[in-house]
Design a protein around this ligand. Structure first.
Ligand code: NDP
Length: 449
């Protein structure tokens, strides 16, 4: 099923698998990039001579640490924390923190690896990193979350800094968690360093549009893919997976651009509402009351809740995976295409399995991979850093326009790069090659470090 690799690249990939046993998501993310790189080595032989691929696949630094904390029953709990500082050739390590029970080194490495190329695609000076913990915020009290975040930051803070590493949120890490972590950082260092975290609250150094940025950005990327085919979002029927930060603001921008979103989900089930998802209700349930998406059906009698359902079974023209890795497999992709889906843009990181990606590419539908389509979040984090550095705060419209310009630019870069390397319309090839070349050139320039 997998695309064949160039011989030398295949040997590199085999060594990587042997050296990083059991880290399946990391292997998958690396392989997906390597599949695009054969023509790049032919055009830039210095990248092979300088062993850029081997170097780019090896994190500059990996930190694993114990996170002890006490729950509300005063029982001691132990979690494992991670920060993988993957590549700083073009800027400080930048990438979110994920709190989810599934987190282990292989997940953080796959995310950190993807982040290198995504960040390069934004055109901004940000390197790649990612972190998190196998902590589950679900069902925990605010006090438990606070004690965990304080303990997590007590170790992590010594590895961070404006000129070193600047984390943000990801799954399970939103405004609440970032607030507790920033508070602890400030207490430990006695410094109000706004630039050490992004995704901060508006009242304490955050940027307008950061909350909306990943979802809005993914929709802008979708808009550009459709425009390249002479089409638009107006009147399109859409399905969005998840109901967290990315999903909510994907739905919001889709609705603003005239599309109709008829389904969303969480890890327990799917809501189908053919009249159109009531976004105010989803926001209230998920952002304010921290409830499950199942509760949506209690407010709208014409909506259907499918416990354990598969959101990709819902027929749509546009699909936006916005939950988690490998949530859309080959069978789901065939179902979507069979039901008339013409475009997929990934708000989540690596949500489509390699088999699913192949189905989309073979069917020649518009397919925007996460490292291009969801780069709006990190790009707006870099805008937040700019505002913090200049002690400035920009208005919503001004910041959103910058986000729109960045996403339009990423679409153009990935489109043109794919075309240059003989893969017209293939955004996977375009994103992998454009991101890789920018970082590889910087690594060559910086010497063997
Ligand atoms: P949230 O924690 O806000 O929401 C995650 C959503 O995905 C929830 O609805 C959650 O459901 C669902 N989900 C998570 N894990 C699983 C799972 N194993 N199976 C099924 N559903 C699951 O996270 P975000 O919205 O921030 O992140 C979503 C995706 O977007 C991730 O892949 C993340 O890496 C990516 N991303 C996020 C960015 C950001 O700025 N936040 C930036 C770029 C990418 P439940 O509540 O039931 O767990």
């Amino acid at each position: 099923m997998a695309v064949a690799l160039d011989d030398k690249i295949e040997a590199t990939y085999r060594r990587l698998v042997a050296r990083n046993p059991g880290e399946e998501e990391f292997h998958q993310a690396v392989r997906e990039v390597l599949e695009s790189l054969g023509p790049v080595l032919a055009k830039y032989p210095q990248f092979a001579e300088q062993k850029i691929i081997e170097r780019i696949c090896e994190p500059e630094r990996q930190i694993i640490f114990r996170v002890p904390w006490q729950d509300d029953k005063c029982e001691v709990q132990i979690n494992r924390g991670f920060r993988v500082q993957f590549n700083s050739a073009i800027g400080v390590y930048k990438g979110g923190l994920r709190f989810h029970p599934s987190v282990y080194l292989g997940i953080i490495k796959f995310l950190g690896f993807e982040q290198i190329f995504k960040n390069a695609l934004t055109g901004m000076p940000i390197g790649g990193g990612k972190g998190g913990a196998d902590f589950d915020p679900k069902g925990k009290s605010d006090n438990e979350v606070m004690r965990f975040c304080q303990s997590f930051m007590t170790e992590l803070h010594r590895h961070l800094g404006e000129y070193t590493d600047v984390p943000a949120g990801d799954i399970g890490v939103g405004g609440r968690e970032l607030g507790y972590m920033f508070g602890q950082y400030k207490r430990l260092t006695n410094r109000y360093e706004s630039t050490v975290l992004t995704g901060k609250g508006i009242g304490w150094g955050g940027s307008l549009v950061r909350t909306e940025a990943t979802g809005y950005g993914a929709v802008y990327f979708m808009r550009e893919m459709l425009a390249a085919r002479g089409d638009s979002l107006d009147g399109k029927t859409c399905v969005v997976s998840g109901s967290g930060n990315v999903a909510i603001y994907t739905i919001e921008k889709l609705q603003q651009l005239g599309a109709k979103v008829i389904a969303c989900s969480d890890s327990n089930g799917v809501i189908v509402h053919n009249k159109g998802i009531d976004l105010d209700l989803v926001k209230r349930l998920k952002e304010v009351e921290r409830r499950r998406i199942a509760d949506y059906a209690g407010f709208h009698k014409d909506a259907e809740y499918l416990p354990g359902g598969n959101v990709w079974q819902v027929p749509c023209q546009v699909a936006m995976p916005s939950a988690t890795q490998n949530e859309l497999n080959g069978r789901d992709a065939r179902t979507l295409v069979g039901n008339g889906c013409i475009a997929v843009a990934e708000g989540a990181n690596m949500p489509t399995t390699p088999e699913g990606v192949k189905v989309f590419l073979d069917a020649k539908i518009a397919y925007g991979p996460g490292k291009a389509a969801n780069a709006g979040g990190v790009a707006t984090s870099a805008l937040e850093m700019q505002q913090n550095a200049s002690r400035d705060s920009w208005g919503f419209e001004y910041t959103e326009k910058k986000l729109d310009d960045i996403m339009t630019g990423i679409h153009r870069t990935t489109w043109e790069t794919a075309e240059e390397f003989g893969a017209r319309g293939n955004y996977v090839v375009g994103a992998n090659i454009a991101g890789f070349i920018r970082v590889a050139k910087a690594m060559v320039a910086l010497g063997l470090v």
